[in-house]
Ligand binder design. Structure first.
Ligand code: NAD
Length: 290
């Protein structure tokens, strides 16, 4: 397939490299000058999109997605598909889907889970929204870049799944960290805390697979001085998206709201910037109730 790939950062770079490694003809574009193994570089987003069967975008946010879409949709050939793998707001995904459909193009919103390791290893999970035809066109590429792709529904459904998942993730990480900090103050050994909770009803991905306590459970960013991993500021971005969606859908999400406020404080006025999102544990440790 001829693929245009726009946004070759931490995630997009290795994803594009994996497509090229499988023999696809990949023409990339990024605002920054980057070199990706096996990927030819275009001079603009429109050039990368011209003549492509599929255009993939992996960009920072919805505003940038809308701007890039305005440039690439007119350059795409009829029947081609725009596959946006960025994490963006549901409204932007739906707006770009509408523009694509009006231009006789297919659109899939397909945010990912799995982080930089998953992008490099080709083991991402894709959660996709769009028509059956659009999903079918993108699926062989999802199979190369990832290990699983779930077709969640119509346009926007992929972003909806992503932000709901990450709202659970943010809330659960905070709960796991505050419970560890409480256990510490009660004199409970951290390994014992892990041994009990990881096999009891308080278990979760954040406890069992990504334990925020160093030296406990499987290897995680806590064992590497809380270097990300999944940065606290990216968690904050996703919690803002879920709160924005909750507001526009009139959904009551008090825990999501609290998690957003806590990560916002952590990143913007404490020491969370540049730290993994599990660094909430040392944050709680340093503090008392006030
Ligand atoms: P990144 O900042 O490393 O990459 C984004 C790239 O987009 C940059 O290289 C930037 O130069 C480029 N870019 C920005 N504006 C552009 C434009 N107008 N035209 C062309 N290129 C442009 O970010 P990332 O970590 O690769 O994340 C990309 C997306 O994936 C985000 O939406 C993020 O939320 C999501 N995501 C990231 C992770 C992760 O662990 N990093 C995990 C899941 C999802």
């Amino acid at each position: 397939m001829k693929i245009g790939f726009i946004g070759l950062g931490n995630m997009g770079g290795p994803m594009a490299a994996n497509l090229a490694k499988e023999g696809h003809d990949v023409l990339g574009f990024d605002m920054a000058s980057v070199t990706i193994a096996g990927v030819s570089m275009a001079g603009s987003a429109a050039e990368a999109a011209t003549g492509a069967d599929v255009v993939i975008t992996m960009l920072p946010n919805g505003q940038i997605l809308r701007a890039v879409a305005a440039e690439v949709l007119p350059a795409m050939q009829a029947g081609a598909a725009l596959v946006d793998c960025s994490t963006v707001d549901v409204d932007s995904a739906r707006a770009v889907a509408e523009q694509a459909t009006a231009a006789d193009l297919l659109f899939v919103d397909a945010p990912v889970s799995g982080g930089i390791g998953g992008a490099a290893g080709g083991t991402l999970t894709f959660m996709a929204g769009g028509s059956a035809a659009a999903f079918a066109k993108a699926e062989p590429l999802f199979d190369i870049m990832g290990q699983k792709a779930v077709h969640c529904g119509e346009a926007g459904a992929g972003q909806a799944a992503k932000i709901c998942n990450n709202m659970i993730l943010g809330v659960t990480m905070i709960a796991t960290c505050e419970a560890f900090a409480l256990a510490d103050k009660l004199g409970l050994d951290r390994q014992k805390m892990f041994d009990v909770v990881s096999t009891s009803s308080g278990y979760s991905w954040t406890m069992n697979a990504y334990c925020p306590a160093p030296g406990v459970g499987p290897q995680s960013p806590a064992d590497n001085d809380y270097k990300p991993g999944f940065a606290a500021e990216l968690m904050l971005k996703d919690l803002r998206l879920s709160q924005q969606a909750a507001e526009s859908a009139d959904a009551d999400t008090p825990m999501g709201e609290l998690a957003q406020a806590l990560y916002s404080k952590f990143v913007e006025s404490e020491d969370g910037l540049g730290m993994d999102f599990s660094a909430m544990l040392p944050r709680f440790e340093k503090r008392g109730r006030s």
